[in-house]
Structures are given as C-alpha cells and as structure tokens.
Design a binder for this molecule. Structure first.
Ligand code: NAD
Ligand code: 89Y
Length: 352
C-alpha cells in the first residue's frame, strides 16, 4: 500500500507507441508525465489522445526540464522511436540517470548495442528491451508447459510465422528497409526460440523477396542448432496468401523425448503425452478493452510485458529481455543475414 507512482516519459509518438501508452494508462502505480516527438503533429495527436500536458519536440530539452537539480521528476523513459534514434537517445537518458525501456530492433548493429548496454551499466540505469512476443498468452503458456517438463527433453522445434497481412500500410518504412522480415519480425520469432530452447550454437538461413514492391526480404527460413542439442526451424513470411490469415500468430511445434506440443492456429495448445493421450488447452488472448483485431495478441503482450517490467522494478530484478539478454537475440538476426549471404551455417556472436 502507498507505493510511490513510477513516473515515465515516452519518446516517439508513432504507430506502435499508442499501444504502449494505452497499456501504461491501464496499469496501476505508473504514470507517463511527458511526451516527446520531433514531429509536432504526432505530439499534438498524442497529447489530445492521452491528455498529457507536458510535451517536447526535443529529448534533450525534455530531460533537462524533468531531471534537473531539485527536480527528481522522472524515473524512466520509454523509447518507442524506430531504431535510428537509439544511438543518441539511450546515452542521453543514461546520462540523466533514468531507467530505459527501448523498442526492438535495438541499436542497429551489435557493436552499437554493446556500446549502449555498457553505457547504461556505467550510469547505473537499467536497460530493458520491449520484446513482447514471448509475452503473448499462447506463446507464454507454451514456454511454461515446456519449462515445466511436460514433454521431457525437447529435441526438435518449429516456430512458424506465415502471413500476407499488409504490414506496409501502418508501417510504410518496412517497404523501404534493405533488411526487412528477419530484422522486423524474425527478431521476435528468434527471441521465442531462445525463450524455448536457449542459446544457439550455429544457424543457417535462406531468404527471398517475393513482393516486388519492397526493398528487403519478405521470406526467411532458418535452421538453428541450440547448445542443448535442439534443432529448430524458424520460418517467416509476409508473402503467404491464406484465406484464414493467422496474423500475427506464431505457430509452434515441439517434440520432446516424453511427448509433443502443438500450438495450433486460433490459440489451441495441444499437449501430447508419451502414452498417446492429448490434453487440449484454450490459450486465446484475454485482450485489453482497447485492443483491435487482428492485433489483439500483440496488444495483450504489450500490457503483459509492461506489467512485468513494473513488477520487476518493484522487486529489484531485471526483466527477461534486459539489454545483455537481447544482445543474443540481435546476434541471431545478424547471424541470419550473414548465413543467408554466404549460404553457409554461421556461429552467432554472444554477450560476454
Ligand atoms: P513510427 O515511425 O510510426 O513512429 C516513430 C515515431 O518516433 C515518429 O513519430 C517519429 O517522429 C518519432 N521519432 C523518431 N526519432 C525521434 C527522435 N530522435 N526524437 C523524438 N521522436 C522521434 O514507427 P512505429 O511503427 O511506431 O515503430 C516504432 C518502433 O516500434 C520500431 O522500432 C518498430 O520495429 C517497433 N514495433 C514493435 C512492435 C512490437 O510488437 N514490439 C510492433 C510494431 C512496431
Ligand atoms: O513491426 C512488427 C512487429 O514488431 O510486430 C509485427 C510488426 O508490426 C509487423 O511485422
């Protein structure tokens, strides 16, 4: 009882940040006290939508105003810009002594990620990456059933994300980037692979561009060999035409030495036992009132991630996807592009 309200500022009032703001407003004990976007129209839009008075078009000015001497008005910053801004904003926030949440894909390169992680540590601030897919209810339940040992030791996995959803409409920059599906979406699926099977010893990858109107790859198929011996296939596509498009669901198959798991489309988790029985669980999302189809699994996971971040802060622990942890997910993305270019399996870098 009587716990102090944790105060945050949002930088980047774009398409996805709306979900983050809705989630902050739903959570108790946290308040977003200021907004920043270099685009005054986006700022005005968010100011009106969320009723927040304090707005800034420049992050430096915002930190100076909120964290100056005698003004301990800010505990954390939620960086929801696209990646290019991370290199300047993360050190700026770290120097002002506030904890940092930052959207994926973090930093833009492994070298930059390493530099930013070190700077946060040197300034004594926590760095959490907003990696939410492992917080989707269906994915989370799959992770928990596996971790509880229900199917014994896993030896094979497949995480499949195949859709033809028009992601370019709300996120037009995705059509322009040279690196598309692995860096934008595969990063989440690779993070799920790490959450399920641990670190990756080596991987191979093939990519394709099916949509002629974009610059990057919209199809990627990866094979991962994990430290613990699991072989996993991660396959992603935004070029797959399906009448019952599953966007944005990840479908999961895991075979273990004592059973198998199948996360089917439309949120059914099957737990197959060694003796032949099958336990079926309804793992559909329990989406927040503000969520909209087809985004509800993601929107629910934004709320779940932010709720866990808040809980972690209160208990003085790190979130699962803290900076060093996410470095290893980013390393899989980098390795995937290297493997695709070389048509060879490669060894991903790892945080040390
Ligand atoms: P967007 O372009 O709609 O929004 C970004 C906003 O940041 C813009 O309003 C821009 O003006 C502002 N901005 C950029 N640099 C700035 C700076 N230096 N200072 C202040 N404001 C600045 O982008 P988006 O589609 O909302 O995506 C943002 C990030 O969220 C991306 O990295 C994307 O990959 C990620 N994303 C994550 C998920 C998820 O499920 N985790 C889903 C969608 C997008
Ligand atoms: O940007 C992507 C993400 O992180 O989740 C889905 C998405 O919005 C489009 O691929």
């Amino acid at each position: 009882a009587g716990e102090r309200i944790v105060k945050g500022a949002l930088i980047g009032c774009g398409f996805f940040a709306e979900n983050q703001m809705r989630a902050w407003q739903e959570l108790e004990g946290v308040s977003i006290v200021a907004l920043c976007d270099r685009d005054p129209r986006r700022l005005a839009h968010f100011q009106a939508l969320f009723g927040i008075e304090d707005t800034f078009t420049d992050a430096e000015t915002m930190f100076a105003a909120l964290t100056g001497s005698g003004n301990r008005g800010l505990d954390f910053v939620d960086i929801a810009t696209t990646t290019q801004a991370h290199a300047a904003l993360v050190p700026l926030a770290a120097r002002h002594g506030v904890d940092i949440i930052c959207q994926k894909p973090f930093a833009g390169s492994l070298a930059m990620a390493r530099r930013l992680i070190v700077q946060c540590a040197e300034n004594g601030v926590s760095l959490s990456i907003h990696e939410n897919f492992r917080w989707q209810r269906a994915v989370r339940q799959t992770i928990e059933v596996l971790r509880a040992g229900r199917i014994g030791r896993p030896f094979f996995g497949r995480i499949s994300y195949r859709s033809g959803f028009d992601v370019y409409k709300a996120q037009p920059y995705l059509a322009r980037v040279e690196r598309f599906i692995i860096e934008d979406l595969g990063i989440h699926v690779l993070d799920i692979a790490r959450a399920l099977f641990g670190e990756v010893e080596r991987l191979s990858c093939e990519t394709a561009r099916v949509n002629p109107g974009i610059n990057g790859e919209d199809v990627a198929t990866l094979m991962l060999h994990h430290d613990d011996g699991v072989t996993a296939v991660v396959d992603c596509s935004y070029a797959t035409r399906l009448a019952d498009d599953p966007f944005p669901q990840s479908l999961i198959e895991i075979d273990g030495d004592n059973g198998s798991l199948r996360l089917r489309q439309d949120f059914e988790l099957e737990i197959h036992g060694a003796e032949g029985g099958c336990d079926r669980r309804d793992v559909r999302p329990e989406p927040p009132a503000w969520s909209e189809a087809p985004w509800w699994p993601i929107q629910e996971s934004v709320l779940a991630f932010q709720a866990d971040w808040l809980k972690a802060r209160r208990h003085g622990r790190a979130v699962e996807t803290h900076g060093e942890d996410n470095f290893n997910t980013l390393a899989l993305v980098e390795a995937a592009y290297r493997a695709a270019a070389a048509h060879q399996s490669v060894v991903p870098a790892r945080w040390s």
